[in-house]
Ligand binder design. Structure first.
Ligand code: GDP
Length: 538
């Protein structure tokens, strides 16, 4: 039992619990080593006993067109959606997402629940396509971004050119906290600029094993015995250059997302992971406040509040169960609590609250601002819903990302229309797909839009297995959707290129569909006063 909410005892406890919490997501391009790094972090936190327990559950990402893989991905993503572990007095929530790049909208949405991001780069590849997309989402919210350059034990790009890449491609300045010694397959270790310590990598084989390390101060005369002169010389030169020409560390800029602290290491060999974790935890903020329609709500408001950012249904096909993931924004959650729910404007009991470890769920007795918990959903929750024991309010909406692929969809057997609609709306509620109705052709065409094409396969498969409905899909040439914010005349009368289209989204809002960027520009040029937006709010 928690103390009374208006007592001083509760406030003190709330403050302590909030201060310990860190909630973040790892963003990366597939194959950069996200699973490996997550696993190492869990190992340090004692959440798993041996390496391999997360890995073994992961599917082969290359078998993308196999629906079995999709199923497996879903099975894993629920347990790994949010994992909690304790390390050095901190309570850490890692938000994870399925590794496949076609599940990206899900990834985007999860970032709304994070207070910081670790941007993981493959040292040989640098900034990749998926990194850019995810980075942009973090930028929208100005959350702190930490860069971990992974796979330093292998051939790698020059660290200075990686810094330049961050600036050129992502537009963010970086501040290396440590610096690699010997690169491009000749990795010797790192130098920690803040403590002036050299950490040497002494494992014999630069392969997959965990390595041993030696710590020695850069000012120690013994250093020359363990690190050859040419490494020392080069390090001295590079560090001098960094000190003179590089950005100095500025915590305020880091927390505003304007400067990314940069770390070098190798997750698979465990090298550089622990020093990274220590600094990451001390530089990242405790749970951040969130915007609501009644103002900014901080974590230490004494009432409980939170929002739903992810819904996962039918994990167990026999039970049609739905799990709603909530980020707690303020106060404390206690088992059996009754709270106001924005979606129904009713008081609801939060059923079967659960938290997640590496591969198991456990019942939650209490949870605090910053935590992520899963709730049993009797079918009432929608993405973006707010729950509160304080004021009736709504947290800022979860953004809807613009789909890039569109298919016309109908049930093969028209007798199955009802099942079809039920399945489609279920998937739309989960946020896996977006639906549109296009009437300009004279027919009522039902369209589904997705961020990654694999979602079409998920749609087909889930309608078949969960709703016993076969569907017919036809690809459409559109690649862009824009929501109409302001229009000088009825949408039907807008002057558009012949390949553009008009439709309504599931809320009845007008959208325009385009094949290319060029026709979007023309639409704006040819219709003075027309305002379009790339994303809509839920
Ligand atoms: P994810 O797709 O980002 O989750 O990547 P994984 O964690 O599955 O890693 C992809 C591959 O890179 C696996 O074969 C890992 O063993 C390997 N890997 C991960 N970290 C490192 C590292 O630091 N060095 C090397 N050489 N390989 C790594």
């Amino acid at each position: 039992m928690l103390p009374e909410r208006d007592s001083r005892e509760f406030r003190t406890l709330l403050h302590e619990e909030v201060e310990k919490r860190r909630t973040f997501a790892i963003i990366s391009h597939p194959d950069a080593g996200k699973t490996t790094l997550t696993e190492k972090l869990l190992l340090y936190g004692g959440a798993i006993r041996s390496a391999g327990s997360v890995k073994a559950r992961k599917t082969d990402k290359h078998a993308t067109s196999d629906w079995m893989e999709i199923e497996k991905q879903r099975g894993i993503s629920v347990t790994s959606s949010a994992m909690q572990f304790v390390y050095d007095g901190y309570r850490i929530n890692i938000l994870d997402t399925p590794g496949h790049q076609d599940f990206s909208e899900d990834t985007y949405r999860v970032l709304v629940a994070a207070d910081a991001a670790v941007m993981l780069l493959d040292a040989a590849k640098g900034v990749e396509a998926q990194t850019i997309k995810l980075f942009k989402v973090c930028r929208m919210r100005n959350i702190p971004i930490f860069t971990f350059v992974n796979k330093m034990d292998r051939a790698a790009k020059d660290p200075f050119s990686l810094m330049e890449e961050l600036e050129q491609v992502l537009g963010i300045r970086s501040c290396p906290i440590n610096w690699p010694i010997g690169v491009d397959g000749d990795f010797q270790g790192v130098y920690h600029r803040d403590t002036r310590m050299v950490e040497l990598y002494t494992g014999g084989d630069h392969g997959k094993k965990m390595v041993e390390k030696t710590d020695i101060s850069i000012d120690d005369t013994e250093l020359e015995k363990v690190l050859e002169k040419h490494y020392r010389d080069r390090l001295a030169e590079e560090v001098e250059l960094l000190d003179e020409a590089g950005d100095s560390f500025d915590l305020e800029k880091v927390r505003a997302g304007e400067l990314t602290p940069m770390f070098f290491g190798s997750a698979v060999t465990n090298f550089g992971v622990e020093p990274f974790l220590d600094r990451f935890l001390s530089f990242t903020p405790p749970p951040l406040p969130r915007e609501s329609d009644t103002g900014i709500i901080g974590p230490e408001e004494p009432y409980f509040s939170g929002f739903i950012f992810k819904i996962q249904a039918n994990m167990n096909p026999a039970h049609r169960d739905r799990l709603a993931f909530m980020r707690i924004v303020s106060g404390a959650f206690e088992k059996g609590m009754e709270v106001w729910h924005s979606g129904t404007n009713k008081i609801v009991a939060l059923k079967q609250p659960q938290q997640f470890m590496a591969d198991e769920r456990e019942a939650v007795e209490e949870a605090w601002a910053g935590d992520i918990i899963g709730l049993f959903d009797p079918g009432i929750y929608r993405l973006g819903d707010t729950l509160s024991t304080g004021p009736k309010m709504h947290y800022a909406n979860i953004p809807v990302f613009a789909p890039e692929f569109f298919n016309r969809v109908r049930p093969m057997d028209s007798m199955k229309r009802k099942q079809f609609q039920k399945g489609i709306s279920q998937l739309a509620e989960e946020g896996a797909i977006q639906t549109f109705i296009r009437t300009e052709t004279g027919l009522e065409e039902f369209m589904v839009g997705v961020v990654g094409v694999l979602q079409f396969e998920v749609l087909e498969h889930r309608l078949r297995t969960e709703y016993q409905t076969e569907i017919v899909m036809e690809g459409m040439p559109f690649r862009h959707v824009r929501w109409v914010i302001k229009t000088p005349k009825p949408v039907e009368d807008l002057k558009l290129t012949s390949t553009s289209g008009r439709a309504k989204d599931s809320h009845g809002r007008d959208v325009l569909l385009f094949e290319n960027e060029w026709s979007i520009r023309l639409a704006v040029e040819n219709n003075e006063g027309l305002e379009l937006k790339e994303t809509a709010e839920r």
